[in-house]
Design a protein around this ligand. Sequence first.
Ligand code: PLP
Length: 429
Amino acid sequence: MKKQNLETICIQSGWKPKKGEPRVLPIYQSTTFKYDDSEQMARLFDLEDEGYFYTRLQNPTNDAVASKICELEGGAAAMLTSSGQAANFYAIYNICSAGDHIVSSAPIYGGTSNLFTVTMKKMGIDVTLVDPDAPAEEIAKAFQPNTKALFAETISNPSLVVLDIEKFAELAHSHGVPLIVDNTFATPINCRPFEFGADIVTHSTTKYMDGHALTVGGCIVDSGNFDWMAHADKFPGLTTPDESYHGIVYAERFGKKAYITKATAQLMRDLGSIQSPQNAFLLNIGLETLHLRMPRHCENAQKVAEYLESNENVAWVDYPGLKSSKYYDLAQKYMPNGTCGVVAFGLKGGKDFAIRFMDHLKLACIVTHVADARTCVLHPASHTHRQLSEEQLVEAGVRPDLIRFSVGIENAEDIIADIEQAINAAEKN
Ligand code: PLP
């Protein structure tokens, strides 16, 4: 059968019921799975057979949802994780250990930046942050002999930097390492990074994929395209025997599924950041409408961004769909149908005016969350990025007055009316 379109995959992919089975993806609310004899179970523990034995490693509900996201991204294998943080940590830690190094784009989500620059540093994994807009020759200087991955976000949170994926893929490959792209903001509806050379994609499924602010979750998808054996010295975890599984060599045994099999068999086994099947079930319901929600988020965000540009109290607006955006051309290349629903802007009154404006909003709520069906707002310098110094804020592309406005799927006129009344009210007090 011809490859299905994204809309059909959103609805139909993942759970494929056989005769007499439930039409809707069931929640396999069971920690464990039964076998008839000891030998059957032993083969699972040796990775000789595929099958479920303990939900910390794999669960049918989770696997159905992971396989839907895998198909949306055009990947070879995928796994769910308990959060986007866990997804990014596992994506790196699966191929890095103490003494290794990664290169990452500097403008990324504050939590990921913290993970890389503080927590992973303590684990002995070093990071060099680079300006993604710098020429390739400049970025190339950040690579070292022990570099194991290049990391970036398709559209950065909250600075909305659009990644030149092909430039990054070439940089990664010319240094013998995979490009890992966090595709949370664009979602596979708007961008499929594998089509431009990325090797591994991560998601905070907490955001648009769930879409209703119900569940925290993450996902890692592997394209299966990176040739681990061609760089065997760099990736011994995939290319030499794993003694904890009787000497299996993942890259030899599992081919295009090697990276995800290793992450499941080792990292889930030992660190256990699973998504609960109940959450995976809810995530699946969100995924069924992702293809309807994303265009509406983008359409509304475009209208909000254009309105903000025309308002004299607004100092600046960043939205990759605006012709004035530095990233307009890159966005047209990689996301011609739209980018995301998040708009960043600053008000002329600066930080104090921004806080007053936010306090006067009625429809838009102040929440930590972003990429929800409901319009929400946040001041990163006071909230998500408050642990960063002024210097680090600049490096992360977060201006002190930046307001992150996550446009929902309500009526755009109502969202704009809310912004207008809040700006007017903030002017008065
Ligand atoms: N990646 C991006 C781009 C994010 O925006 C976030 C959270 O905001 C994360 C990862 C972390 O995801 P989670 O909150 O699900 O752990």
